[in-house]
Design a protein around this ligand. Structure first.
Ligand code: SAM
Ligand code: CA
Length: 254
């Protein structure tokens, strides 16, 4: 399942020089470029730069995690010294590669996506960067998790996996964000982080529904429901940052 449509593609604004760059939530090419050019691109590891350039040629390129959000996630991973991580929604692997580059040599990532073809676009770069050994890619929908039968996969039913993950990143079907949240809260340890991407959904969460294009309405509703729910969830601390398309950082506290 690929979460984009031609209508959405047409609605994104691209420059010809930088087909991958859009205004983002800032609604300003200038400010977006300023952030990227002053602080993000000069520090972006070369494998990530290479993956970004390869992904730019793919029609779904706008799905990639934005480099500024990537920079923030890389810092979070290092701050909590993450060793056991899980990612739902891989695409060509920008967030996956940045995770692999940010965690120690003996750390691991379970990466789930039903689309292996797009994962394989980035795989040669992941291999060249010498971090493939950290990744266990599972070609599957993440829900229902009990469909996953790989012995190396951690089922939510398996008690010994509960509370064992340091970090989770969710960037897949928005309709299931609350389902992922409930399940990941069991897997992630107290003090661990669950990060959700696209939680401002192009700014549409603050617009009246009638102003939103048809193809974005359903996911918008799910994101609004998710945002409302986590905002009162006493099991976590949260920070909703306007980085990229909105990044909600949840820290499990109980
Ligand atoms: N994090 C990625 C990156 O940095 O490039 C972008 C992920 S992209 C926005 C969404 C991905 O979620 C797609 O590759 C799609 O195949 C995947 N996806 C869609 N439904 C899914 C599901 N039910 N379980 C897991 N992945 C899913
Ligand atoms: Ca995303």
């Amino acid at each position: 399942m690929i979460c984009f449509s031609s209508i959405y593609l047409k609605s994104m604004e691209f420059t010809t020089a930088e087909p991958f760059l859009h205004k983002g939530l800032l609604q300003s090419f200038e400010l977006t470029k300023y952030i990227l050019k002053t602080n993000v691109y000069p520090r972006e590891p070369s494998p990530l730069k290479e993956l970004r350039e390869v992904t730019a040629k793919h029609p779904g390129n706008f799905m990639s995690t934005t480099p500024d959000s990537g920079q923030l996630m890389g810092m979070l991973l290092k701050l909590i010294n993450a060793k056991k991580t899980i990612e739902i929604g891989v695409y060509t692997g920008y967030s996956l590669l940045l995770t692999a580059l940010s965690i120690p040599h003996d750390a691991m990532i379970i990466a789930i996506d039903p689309n292996k073809e797009t994962y394989e676009i980035g795989l040669p770069i992941i291999q060249k960067a010498g971090v493939e050994h950290k990744i266990n890619f599972i070609e599957s929908q993440a829900l229902p998790f009990n469909q996953l039968n790989s012995s190396s996969f951690v089922s939510f039913q398996q008690k010994d996996n509960e509370g064992s993950f340091d970090f989770a990143f969710v960037d897949a079907d928005k309709e299931n964000y609350l389902n992922y949240h409930e399940r990941l809260l069991k897997l992630v340890k107290v003090g661990g982080l669950i990060v959700f991407d696209n939680t401002l959904w192009g700014g549409t969460v603050a617009q009246p529904e009638e102003a939103v294009s048809e193809d974005r309405k359903e996911s918008r509703r799910s994101i609004i429901e998710f945002n409302n729910s986590v905002s009162i969830d006493q099991r976590i601390e949260i920070a909703l940052t306007p980085s990229g398309d909105g990044l909600t950082i949840c820290r499990r506290i109980r």
